[in-house]
Design a protein around this ligand. Structure first.
Ligand SMILES: Cc1ncc(COP(=O)(O)O)c(C=O)c1O
Length: 448
């Protein structure tokens, strides 16, 4: 029978998709069978052919308050009509100062200054540059080495790519930055499989920093950068005690510790920042995505007083840090961010994520006996299901899962290789958690 229920208007798609070279996308496969979006509201996307797709990914870890929030749209519209653009070098807008204060208030004590940029990639590169510049300023200019972690993701700038540890993202880009090393990743399936939350095993892996200190000398190392929960590689929660130990070992050697909180910031792990969840104070903390609920590009770096203050000397007319972007603290992004922070506070969304964490954990663990499931991990409002790879075709089962979810099950997920990742908006209901996990079960069976 014909479905006569009201449907969103369909949207025309151009016949020619060739010109747009899509980022991090299998372009040829996409253009043969596009996953095309036209709208979004609350927990759902709307496709161009009018289907409602439940969002199991918060877009791309961005839309923590769900989609189509009028408060944010109105703030953007009003700001754009009032002040379309203001140069961020040598001029300021009140909203940028207000926003920086509010972000610093949300962050653990000691992270009191915010340097704005436009993305997580720029935030990572900014933090790495500040680390190098700080040591120069502080009379330790020999500290030039940067340390990332295997399987880490810090965006796509040359700095972030260099400290990043996802092999496929770096191996075609030549020698990248010199003087970069990586500590071991924290995943050991044999010892950690099907852990809920932070695995028991692995705190000692933080001591891998000592290996690099022995190799190069502590006085050559500027900073270590890690994600408190490695997201893009398929959700690797930090082992219990790992981040504390990393803090101890870096502090002992005068090495700065940078947390990349581009996806863990703004509630994903049940706190404003993961640093709070783990009771660890990094020297810098990067953020992006959730700061504007994805509604406008923005990123930034929270910086400790000691680092910021080290730059605040010399003649007062001189620029203290020769770094910044044309769109740093863009008026539209500041307006979107202020409205977003209001929503997070009014709706207590970080607390909501914490409350829902065990519900999501129980629900995803029910997938344990589905075909080809080799591990399930979860932390905060995030979960990942590892599927075994098809022989000689790594990533194919995951890719088929993405398509099955979108085309056949009205579900948006993220995939990392053959790992299915769930990172829904924090406004999700318990029923919707059940709905998404039921759909994931269907996807897993479809690609068995
Ligand atoms: C931890 C982390 N850092 C940095 C980035 C890069 O952010 P962007 O894509 O906004 O440059 C991402 C993106 O997913 C991320 O997950």
């Amino acid at each position: 029978m014909l479905d006569k229920s009201p449907r969103p208007a369909t949207v025309n798609v151009p016949n020619d998709l060739a010109a747009h070279w899509m980022p991090f996308t299998a372009n040829r496969a996409f253009k043969k069978n596009p996953r095309m979006l036209a709208g979004a509201k609350d927990m759902h996307y709307l496709t161009v052919d009018g289907r409602k797709i439940i969002d199991g990914a918060a877009g791309m870890w961005c839309c923590n308050a769900g989609h189509g929030r009028p408060q944010i749209a109105e703030a953007i519209g009003k700001m754009s009509a009032t002040l379309d653009y203001a140069p961020p070098f040598q001029f300021g807008i009140p909203q940028a100062f207000e926003l920086a204060t509010r972000i610093a208030d949300l962050a653990p004590d000691g992270l009191d200054h915010v340097f704005f940029c436009n993305s997580g990639s720029e935030a990572a590169d900014t933090a790495l540059k500040i680390a190098l510049a700080y040591h120069q300023t502080n009379g330790q200019g020999g500290r030039v080495r940067l340390i990332g972690r295997e399987r880490g993701y810090h965006g796509v700038g040359f700095g972030g790519t260099s400290v990043g540890g996802i092999v496929g993202n770096r191996k075609i880009y030549g020698s990248l930055l010199t003087g970069v090393d990586h500590i071991s990743h924290t995943y050991d399936r044999e010892k950690q499989a099907f852990s809920k939350g932070e695995p028991e095993y692995g705190a000692h892996l933080a001591d891998d920093v000592e290996r690099l200190v022995n190799l190069h000398g502590a006085n050559t190392i500027a900073a270590v950068i890690v994600e408190p929960m490695a997201g893009s590689t398929g959700v690797l929660p930090a082992p219990k005690g790992y981040l504390k130990r990393l803090r101890e070992v870096t502090q002992k050697h005068g090495i700065l510790l940078i947390f990349d909180e581009v996806i863990t910031g703004y509630g994903r792990l049940g706190f404003a920042f993961a640093a709070e969840r783990y009771g660890v104070l990094p020297d810098m903390l990067t953020f992006a995505k959730g700061i504007t609920n994805g509604a406008a590009p923005m990123g930034g770096v929270l910086v400790r007083d000691t680092i910021h203050d080290a730059f605040m000397n010399g003649p007062e007319h001189v620029v203290e840090l020769t770094h910044g972007y044309t769109y740093s603290a863009h008026p539209i992004s500041c307006a979107a961010a202020l409205a977003t922070l209001d929503i997070y506070r009014e709706e207590k969304l970080f607390e909501r994520a914490k409350m829902l964490e065990p519900k999501l954990a129980d629900a995803v663990m029910s997938l344990k006996n589905e075909p080809n499931v080799v591990d399930i991990r979860c932390v905060g409002l995030t979960a990942a299901v590892d599927l075994s790879s098809l022989p000689d075709l790594p990533g194919k089962r995951g890719f088929d899962g993405l398509n099955s979810a979108f085309h056949d099950n009205d579900l948006m997920i993220r995939v990392a290789g053959d790992t299915l990742v769930l990172t829904p908006p924090l406004i999700i209901t318990e029923d919707q958690i059940g709905e998404i996990v039921d759909k994931v079960a269907k996807v897993i069976r479809a690609v068995a």
